[in-house]
Ligand binder design. Structure first.
Ligand SMILES: [Zn+2]
Ligand SMILES: [Zn+2]
Ligand SMILES: [Zn+2]
Length: 126
């Protein structure tokens, strides 16, 4: 069984991930839904297996970045320009952080992200 580390669901069974938003560089974005591009005949995502209109499991090849529209895994929106090792994306499910693990369980009030560094970026190592 392949389990999503964010929603803890079996990727072959789950209709959707529970992560509904990302915080990218301190700004909140609603996730884009699986729209059927390159989905299998049953409508499930060819990579992470969620159903059409579901949210991909984080890390899926097929997910588009809600900030820039390119492939989320490679668009670089979450990368720190000064440090390749730092990723600046948090995954949020129902207002609670689930990724990265170090911040799991933190509640994020709308528009308020209390864990920014002094320069306005949230930072963690993947
Ligand atoms: Zn998931
Ligand atoms: Zn997917
Ligand atoms: Zn992007």
């Amino acid at each position: 069984m392949a389990e999503c580390e964010d929603c803890r669901r079996d990727m072959l069974e789950a209709a959707t991930c529970t992560v509904d938003a990302f915080i990218i560089r301190g700004e909140r974005f609603d996730r884009l839904r699986q729209a059927g591009a390159r989905a299998g005949r049953d409508g499930r995502c060819g990579d992470c297996g969620v159903q059409r209109q579901g949210f991909h499991h984080y890390g899926c090849d097929m997910e588009a970045c809600p900030r820039c529209g390119r492939q989320l895994l490679s668009c670089g929106c979450g990368d720190d320009p000064d440090d390749d090792e730092v990723v600046d994306i948090m995954a949020v499910a129902g207002g609670v952080v689930v990724h990265p693990a170090a911040l799991r369980g933190l509640h994020v009030a709308a528009g308020r992200f209390p864990f920014k560094d002094a320069d306005g970026l949230t930072r963690h190592r993947p």
